[in-house]
Design a protein around this ligand. Structure first.
Ligand SMILES: Nc1nc2c(ncn2[C@@H]2O[C@H](COP(=O)(O)OP(=O)(O)OP(=O)(O)O)[C@@H](O)[C@H]2O)c(=O)[nH]1
Ligand SMILES: [Mg+2]
Length: 566
């Protein structure tokens, strides 16, 4: 077992420290997205790894787990070579963890952390386990590479399927704390569902630091041992333990005990189990996070099409279309004041400027903020905005897992309250040229007044003649325009011409104003839409894209932590 432990450590492409850091980062990002219990469980794993790394790396903690009566305590005594823990017929016997310790230095803080009170230091006792740990490797090469006598904490634990809840709690806690897991079973109970379903299978990822022991082998006939061992091995493989060794022992006769002891000492000597266990923990935690809230599957950022759809929805909420229409109408309104037929211009006073009516293009308020007095958005308009935000979040997170899709939706709505004001200000502060005129207004204006002058002269002429006639005085000469089909007096012609040209100019001006007004409307719509897009970018898109980026980073970190990153 130990050579495998050592080799695997060096073969893994990404260093353990790097994988732990990646898990730490991924956990920080995923915890708020995943169910609380999952985040807590992974935080606990990281905390444990952290604490373990601060404690003695010289000691390997080996936990002996199994059902009551399988012979855990007897086996620990046999491996140690003296009685450190009580074995008995009474069930259950062991109620608290008992530690046999080789290597005093650094052991106490480790045992304090484990919460083990009952400690038996083997240093200087000459116990078989101490001797095995101190033994110098026989081959010269092994001696050269030997890092020296290892420290060992061998833990006898209460039964895992105990009727005592406290015992079960201790065992569950310890499965997470030890560096090496030794599962002890016996010929009667080796196929027991509880052992496999509740304990071995969930820890199958810890294959590399697991040993399976079939104890009480003396209780079965010699010719039955091989098939029973093969059967246990088959179950172990089905549990997912693809390479954990399966040993046969008898604590009573001592069969297989030395082999078990040697394997455990070898593991401790390689000093690879701590890292191997942590590697398995990190992989399991990464898998757990992925199961709880898989950050994979979503796009790296929202698409241009999705952003355009959001802008369209927000534009409805910001009332871009009515404001743009008012901009066009306002232009026509103001143009009418300059190019309309002068005798009728006064009538437009009764119709206020449509833009003014919306409060656009006015003074700033006390906070130096321009505000529109657009009517409060109705329910349908508000629904369009929040529906747009939701649709945007949903399509941007398509393909993601449910927890992440909810997280993206939360991110999209995180600044929803700021939206109405921001949209209103975007409209209020847009440069819509609400007061500007056009160069052709004065041109038509002058022409209009010339036309007015023309008919006023004609009218005046006729009026003077009428006055003179009334007074019995000779009238002014009235030239006749003889070239026309019907001869017309010049003043009359001036009146007809002046009125006709005036009306024609008014019609022409209205037509030009309509065309230019339409251009202003389109321009206003474009400007307002751009501003609405900016608001959407800042308050919605940025939040969603940041969440998508977090998911992408977490996905990469999980792959790194699980050792599956390319
Ligand atoms: N025949 C036989 N009996 C054994 C063997 N190992 C243990 N026993 C006996 O089985 C009984 C239970 O042994 P323990 O070592 O106390 O078992 P345990 O797993 O520690 O039990 P708990 O502490 O209750 O969980 C004792 O009477 C032992 O003598 C073995 O290999 N062969
Ligand atoms: Mg016991």
């Amino acid at each position: 077992m130990s050579p495998r432990v050592g080799r695997r450590g060096s073969r893994a492409g990404v260093g353990l420290a790097e994988r732990i850091e990646a898990l730490d980062r991924a956990a920080a990002v995923i915890a708020p997205v995943a169910p609380e219990s999952e985040g807590k469980a992974v935080a606990a794993v990281l905390e444990r790894i952290d604490r373990r790394r601060a404690l003695s790396a010289e000691h390997t903690i080996i936990g002996v787990f199994g059902a009551t009566g399988s012979g855990k305590s007897s086996l620990v005594n046999a491996v140690v070579g003296r009685e450190v823990t009580r074995a008995a017929v009474r069930r259950p016997t062991t109620g608290h963890p008992v530690a046999a310790v080789v290597g005093e230095t650094g052991a106490d803080p480790l045992l304090d952390w484990l919460g083990v009170e009952d400690r038996h230091l083997l240093d200087g006792t000459g116990a078989a386990l101490e001797q095995a740990a101190l033994a110098v490797p026989s081959s010269r090469r092994a001696r050269r590479e030997d890092p020296g006598a290892p420290g060992i904490v061998l833990l006898d634990l209460p039964d895992m399927d105990s009727v005592e809840a406290a015992n079960r709690a201790i065992v569950e806690h310890m499965t997470g704390m030890v560096d090496v897991l030794v599962w002890v079973t016996d010929p009667q109970k080796y196929a027991d569902a509880v052992l496999h379903q509740e304990f071995v299978r969930p820890l199958a990822g810890h294959d590399a630091v697991t040993v399976l022991v079939l104890n009480q082998i003396d209780r079965i006939r010699e010719d039955e041992r091989r098939p029973v061992l093969a059967s246990l091995e088959g179950i172990a493989r089905a549990d997912g333990l693809t390479s954990a060794p399966v040993l046969a022992t008898s604590a009573t006769t001592g069969d297989g005990v030395e082999e078990l002891r040697e394997r455990l000492v070898q593991v401790a000597r390689s000093r690879g189990a701590i890292a191997e266990r942590q590697r398995a923990d990190v992989t399991a935690a990464a898998t757990r996070l992925r199961t709880a809230a898989d950050p994979a599957g979503m796009a790296a950022q929202s698409s241009a099409r999705e952003r355009a759809a959001l802008t369209a929805d927000l534009a409805v909420a910001a009332r871009v279309e009515p404001v743009a229409t008012a901009v066009g109408a306002s232009y026509r309104h103001r143009a009418a004041g300059k190019v309309g037929w002068p005798p009728l211009r006064w009538m437009r006073r009764f119709r206020p400027d449509p833009l003014r009516r919306l409060g656009i293009g006015q003074e700033r308020d006390a906070n130096r903020l321009e505000r529109t007095s657009l009517p409060e958005p109705d329910a349908a308009t508000r629904a369009r905005a929040s529906g747009g935000v939701r649709r945007f979040a949903d399509s941007a997170s398509a393909g993601g897992s449910d927890p992440w899709r909810s997280a993206v939706r939360r991110a999209a709505r995180s600044r929803e309250e700021e939206l109405p004001d921001a949209l209103d200000q975007a409209v209020a502060e847009a440069d819509l040229r609400a007061r500007s005129g056009s160069w052709w207004w004065p041109v038509l204006d002058v022409l209009q007044w010339l036309a007015v002058l023309t008919w006023v002269v004609g009218l005046g002429w006729l009026a003077v003649n009428a006055g003179l006639a009334f007074l019995g005085m000779p009238p002014l000469p009235v030239p006749m325009l003889e070239d026309l089909p019907v001869p017309v007096p010049l003043p009359t012609a001036l009146i007809v011409l002046g009125v006709a040209v005036g009306v024609l100019l008014a019609v022409l001006g209205t037509a030009i104003a309509a065309a230019v007004g339409a251009w202003h409307r389109r321009r206003a719509r474009r400007i307002l839409t751009d501003r609405v897009e900016d608001v959407g970018s800042g308050l919605v898109v940025a939040e969603v894209d940041a969440e998508l980026e977090r998911a992408r980073a977490a996905d990469a970190d999980l792959a790194l932590a699980a050792g599956t990153a390319r």
